[in-house]
Design a protein around this ligand. Structure first.
Ligand code: FAD
Ligand code: NA7
Length: 490
């Protein structure tokens, strides 16, 4: 090994992708370091090793969603014979403590795992000096230069703030919400991405007065029929939507925790201004890649002028041959933890074990954990029409009520299943969509069939598991083109 540099690989960013890549490279006998440093949010929140997913993303949000599901279960329980002596009350502080304790144990586990894998952990912020050198700074502002033959950029992204008065001072984001030391109270979630809707969903279920401010549509990029069904369901479960409004300013009025915040907002149609008081304003209006502070120009790495993300080829390599990028910071990749992990492991195998296997970014299944969960794999109806032509696709669908909702008599026909097929390819299923309980579990399983290019008759020949929600996909007969009602009857 005639490596003139200190390391074979330095990974910048100890999140989902970076940790996976570093451990795999070290396993293959390489000398590896990971730099991970969390700049506090504008509200002052910081966290430990592991990146977005563990600290301020998937993990805390799924736990808070679970708390919301338990609330629903508690209210269903009486119909199933449970005598609940007092009306259940939610305690925010207990939830935050439980969630944060779990995260703390994960942070520790990641440090141990790096040590065991022989990866050097540098709790330092990195910026490029040239294509083989970075300058790192620790929290005491001590700097040093580190050289490496290869670099992997896996710095992820951070929530965006709107450029309006009071946003940075008084707003919070998903970086703060899951560890908020006080009950958020009356909350305004701004944005209509999955993150905004998930947060609004669990807050409303805890009994908080919850509003979502939507600029245009819900869940841009997702199947719009399902997005509407999610919106309707949330509206019947105590979430208020302000549609066609954007925030203009936030002022603090009076002291106290949580604060009283006067939010002014403007109609996107008429320009009319309205105002309302909230205790907490959560911005979920998109995320920006952490590239601006990386000094990538010193290494000559090209970024997308539109998104600021790193441009890579199919092998996750930037325009500079020894510098790679994966995860949320890489252009045109699904922003999901398992995507970053898979990309990290396969990249290390290609670089250091002679593998040729590329990450397959197609048909990545995903789930939105709104109160009614939504799982999908493949194309939305809009994208399927655009790709294959409206005449060449067919949609099989049904609305249904899960058995577990029948006894408490809730959410009748609020769940929905649809398969989008390409008629020109023997009804190959190009889009799988499920709105209902346990969507992540169900979608993960069926995604195998979608990846294997299953046709509709494979679903029809499959024998269901009764009584489940998932079995609905073995009995889908109503086509959209027939114009028949999709409501399940018996
Ligand atoms: P990250 O995990 O973001 O890690 C990047 C790390 O690099 C961070 O620790 C950062 O502090 C550090 N860093 C940045 N710049 C530097 C620097 N210059 N020097 C040193 N360190 C630096 N995905 C799912 O699959 N399922 C979900 O349910 C889900 N829910 C989500 C919910 C929320 C609220 C959010 C915000 C995200 C969610 N995601 C979910 C997305 C998922 O969290 C990301 O796709 C994933 O974390 C991306 O991993 P990454 O390795 O690219 O970056
Ligand atoms: P997205 O998916 O980038 O969505 C941002 C949302 O915020 C979207 O609903 C936007 O409305 C809305 N938005 C954006 N700017 C504003 C302003 N200034 N005011 C009000 N509303 C605004 O969001 P995320 O970052 O949460 O999701 C990150 C990624 O994770 C996402 O791309 C997925 O692939 C996975 P719009 O529809 O543009 O009108």
């Amino acid at each position: 090994n005639s490596n003139p540099f200190e390391y074979d690989l330095v990974v910048i960013g100890g999140g989902s992708g970076g940790l996976a890549a570093s451990k795999e490279a070290a396993k293959l006998g390489k000398k590896v370091a990971v730099c991970d440093f969390v700049k506090p949010s504008p509200a002052g929140t910081a966290w430990g090793l592991g990146g977005t997913c563990v600290n301020v993303g998937c993990i805390p949000k799924k736990l808070m969603h679970q708390s919301a599901l338990l609330g629903q279960a508690l209210s269903d329980a009486t119909a199933f014979g449970w005598k609940v002596s007092e009306a259940p009350v939610h305690d925010w502080a207990t939830l935050v403590e439980g969630v944060q304790n779990h995260i703390g144990s994960l942070n520790w586990g990641y440090r141990v795992a790096l040590k065991q894998a022989n990866v050097t952990y540098l709790n330092e912020f990195a910026e490029f000096v040239d294509d083989h050198t970075i300058l790192t700074t620790n929290k005491r502002n001590k700097t040093r230069q580190v050289t490496s033959r290869d670099f992997l950029i896996a710095v992820g992204g951070r929530p965006r703030y709107p450029d309006i008065p009071g946003a940075l001072e008084y707003g919070v984001t998903s970086d703060d919400l899951f560890s908020l030391p006080y009950n958020p109270g009356k909350t305004l979630c701004i944005g209509a991405s999955y993150i905004a809707l998930e947060c609004a969903g669990f807050l409303a279920s805890f009994g908080m007065d919850t509003t979502v401010m939507v600029r245009s549509i819900l869940l841009r990029g997702f199947d719009q029929q399902i997005a509407s069904l999610i919106g309707e369901h949330m509206e019947t479960h105590n979430v208020r939507f302000l549609r066609g409004w954007i925030p203009v300013s936030i002022e603090k009025i009076g002291d106290g925790t949580p604060a009283n915040l006067l939010v002014k907002y403007k109609s996107t149609e008429t320009g009319e201004i309205q105002q309302e008081e909230y205790n907490t304003v959560v911005f979920a209006i998109g995320r920006d890649p952490c590239t601006p502070n990386l000094k990538l120009q010193n290494a000559g790495v090209e970024l997308s002028s539109k998104t600021g993300k790193v441009l890579t080829n199919e092998a996750d390599q930037s325009n500079i041959p020894n510098i790679y990028a994966i995860g949320d910071v890489a252009e045109n990749r699904p922003e999901l933890t398992p995507v970053a992990i898979q990309a990290g492991i396969l990249l290390a195998k290609r670089l250091y074990a002679g593998s040729k296997v590329l990450t397959d970014y197609d048909k990545v299944p995903t789930t939105v954990f709104t109160p009614m969960e939504y799982g999908c794999c493949g194309l939305s109806e809009e994208d399927a029409e655009a790709k294959y032509g409206a005449n060449n696709i067919e949609v099989y669908h049904t609305a249904f009520q899960p058995l577990e909702c029948a006894v408490p008599k809730r959410d009748e026909n609020r769940c929905y299943a649809k398969l989008i097929v390409n008629k020109l390819e023997n009804e190959r299923v190009v889009g799988f969509h499920y709105l209902g309980p346990n969507a992540g579990e169900i979608t993960q399983g069926f995604a195998v069939a979608i990846k294997l290019n299953a046709t509709k008759d494979v679903f029809d020949n499959l024998i269901g598991i009764h009584p489940t929600c998932a079995e609905i996909f073995t009995t889908l007969t109503i086509t959209k083109s027939s114009g028949l009602s999709a409501l399940k009857t018996g």
